[in-house]
Design a protein around this ligand. Sequence first.
Ligand code: ARG
Ligand code: GLU
Length: 710
Amino acid sequence: MRNILKISLFFLTFNFFAQQGGMWLPSQLKGAREQEMKKLGSNLSASAIYAIDKPSLKDAIVHFNGGCTAEIISKKALLLTNHHCGYGAIQSHSTTEHDYLQDGFWAYKQKEELPNPDMFVTFIKRIDDVTIAVLNGTSDAKSVKENQDIISQNINKIVQNAKKEVWQEVKVKSFYKGNQYFLFITEKYEDIRLVGAPPSAIGKFGADTDNWMWPRHSGDFSLFRIYADKNNRPAKYNKKNKPYKPNYYLPVATDGVEEGDFTLVFGFPGRTNEYLPAVALEQIVHKLNPAKIAIRDKALKIVDKKMRSDKEIKIKYASKFASIANYWKKWIGENQGIEKSNAIAKKRDLEQKFLQKVKGTENENLLNQFNSLYHKIEEVALARDIWIETVYRNVELLNATFKLYQLENTSRKGEKTFNKKRDALLKQFKGFYKNYDANVDKEVFKALMKMYLANNPKKYTPKQLLNLDLDKITDEIYANSALINYDKAKQLLTGNMQEVLDKLQRDSAYKIGKPLAEIFYTKINPDYFKFQSQIASIQKKYMKALMDNFKEERFFPDANSTLRVTFGQVKGYAPKDAVYYRPISHVKGIIEKYVPGDYEFDVPQKLIDLYEKKDFGPYGKNGKMPVNFLGTNHTTGGNSGSPVIDANGNLIGLNFDRVWEGTMSDYNYDAEICRNIMVDVRYILFIIDKYAGAKRLIKEMDLVKAKDKK
Ligand code: ARG
Ligand code: GLU
């Protein structure tokens, strides 16, 4: 009896976990996914989430500026996204007199909302399966190349013939490693105005120390608004534009979340890779991630020390530091998670089962082919990552020489093209040098080049660099190169094309940067992509064979920046033995973390006052004010700003991060340990209303009780 209970419990939990994970196309939900959602507590039908003949949840979701997600929360197209997604816009409106990053920004009247010239949002109007048309004729293809050519021709035809309105756009994207194709009809709005943002001490509370971590206490949100022309169509900024009238907007639930509640996250996840063979994952964990982590580790330590000793450097480098630190920390967590969850061994088990099933078929050699290709690509993959981290991401001067190399290349297209590119580059340089400190960069250069020369495969290192006297060359570059400040760089770029090119060749930094750029274009990338396209064609067959041979499994398509649904529940987790993290954090925890004057953990006085008076308005519960909560939704970069929707279609939160122990979900989602982190919508309402006093924004929302049916 006891054993039976144990066994059935095992299957129950097994089943429970098996039903989570995955980022589904909203047009894929009917049937099995709908049933899984129901079991997790949802009352939503597939057509309430995605429909093309009537308003549905999808009409409230937009791709925000090509990277993040945002959602409409009022009939006047008030748009909610993360603070870290609106960061650039908030920064661009800031000056020393009014620093909106530090103090926050609130448009108390509609006419105070601020336009953002380069910002845009994209709606998905329709998703069609076009697999048959895309793959038409490919079975006769005689080579990988011919196959690709047929596919691109087919896609061109489909795009040209797609039914759409003149202001709409079309694109076709590949899913399941090229086994399926979907067409997207989209609409892009370009008059997006900033409406509100909390101070960074709220929006980015905990900053880098708390990033990717739980318990978390960030009010990571900001507000925008979509404007449209008089016909409610997309238009460039114009004073006369009116708030867009959406087909649908999300009601906001005010009675909160509890452990076990259903959660649906709807957004634009960027990239995942769940169906790699073990050999590929092994390469990432043991070779590529460690190389990238070590380079960033070195650079971050240098920059951190400089930032701590100099206030001006701190301001200049804060944002760059945060973005380098973000993925550095993510990769460390990813590696630990993969080790701890035995992800590689699990893949090996699956591959054993796979081999048994495909014995004697055309697929029996796929895994061997993977092994040999990943073996071949390893050296160049490593060189490519080392190159990107050293030249492109961390040594700023080398990044500048890389751009100059691209400029030199345009000289082949004539003086006119060259001049255009030069002007664009100068504009870019202006921003770049504003936040550049040659002393910081010099130390990074020396340390990273030392690592580069020691670790980079010789085959992919420019000959000119092999016997470099690094100390000498470093001093020389940072004393003499024109690229260490804007004025000198501008001077270098002044003159006719030939003059500029001549000056460039003589520059001491360019003498190092040019061969580095050259080897990237002429050796690293060609070798890498030669293997990569062979891997892709094996991966396509492997994906199909997996789906054909394990029919009972749930195969969700890898993320590719298209609109997806992921569902789960509010849930805590056990990061290690004897430790359990509860899934909801409160303002109390902000006060616990408070370090007066600290750049990560300072707290605005007004928030302290509200906390002390327990003045949470209608948004707190039993004297407590929730801030963040955890769920089992399968998310990744790009899901930032995604709405968290309850069982009845109401907004309950705003996705912004994952827990460190679960960042491996990009390769191996495991419902036991992978958690996404969300801002509780009640905290957002509290900050807008009680902290900022922007009541007009609360008034335009539909506030409902979560148990209400929509
Ligand atoms: N880790 C989150 C994401 O990948 C948040 C990043 C922004 N926040 C920060 N503290 N750097 O993008
Ligand atoms: N912060 C991430 C973003 O900017 C989302 C967190 C994640 O990677 O899960 O999209």
